[in-house]
Write a protein that binds this ligand. Structure first.
Ligand SMILES: CC(C)(COP(=O)(O)OP(=O)(O)OC[C@H]1O[C@@H](n2cnc3c(N)ncnc32)[C@H](O)[C@@H]1OP(=O)(O)O)[C@@H](O)C(=O)NCCC(=O)NCCS
Length: 176
């Protein structure tokens, strides 16, 4: 299996991954988010990765930047979405995508990475609720226990809770 940076040419395959990975009804908005993030120009750049096995794309993850008003040097990202084709799940593809992405972000000096998802899964990769506790998600959360962060480097300290802002593709309360 190989991990590489995704490009706009991968859009159809990336959409197909999420439509296959998520239960019916949940896949369409996630596939749209993944495709939107491939097109969105952000500063700093959004990192979209695909996992390829035997020439076919079997997994995808995106990491997009997040911002905190008043802290100009805040260097944070959010992991969303992540999906692995059903036939390739539980084979280490998700782990490979997350670890590759986190390594690249760490090399770029990113301090903190957020995720909104299953703590049983993301806890394996250093994400936890405590690290996210001083950061409010941009929208009210349907499952607040899923709000987590992984600290890669000591972030600029926040005395009181701050609310993060995300890129346009993720700025939809329905995704939260
Ligand atoms: C969740 C998902 C991305 C995991 O990808 P994957 O390639 O199957 O995961 P991996 O094989 O890399 O698993 C890594 C570890 O997590 C475990 N794991 C896999 N799925 C898990 C789950 N849903 N909950 C808890 N642990 C899980 C594996 O057993 C493995 O454990 P190990 O390292 O001790 O062997 C994939 O199952 C998927 O696409 N699911 C549907 C979409 C989804 O839920 N996306 C995440 C949204 S928050």
């Amino acid at each position: 299996m190989d991990i590489r940076i995704a490009t706009i040419r991968d859009t159809d395959a990336v959409r197909a991954v999420h439509l296959d990975a998520f239960p019916e009804g949940e896949g369409a908005p996630v596939a749209k988010l993944a495709a939107d993030l491939l097109e969105e120009k952000t500063t700093p750049e959004t990192l979209s990765l695909v996992a390829e096995s035997d020439g076919a794309i079997v997994g995808h993850v995106a990491f997009s930047p997040v911002f905190v008003e008043g802290i100009d040097d805040f260097n944070g990202y959010i992991l969303a979405p992540l999906g692995v084709k059903a036939s390739s799940q539980k084979g280490g593809v998700g782990r490979a995508l997350i670890e590759y992405g986190m390594r690249r972000l760490s090399e770029k000096g990113v301090e903190v990475v957020f995720v909104y998802g299953d703590p049983d899964y993301y806890g394996r990769f250093g994400f936890n609720a405590e690290a996210a506790s001083v950061y409010n998600a941009p929208y009210p959360l349907q499952y607040p226990f899923g709000w987590q962060a992984a600290v890669l480097d000591e972030p600029t300290p926040c005395d009181s809770p701050v609310t993060i802002a995300c890129v346009e593709s993720l700025s939809d309360p329905g995704l939260w």
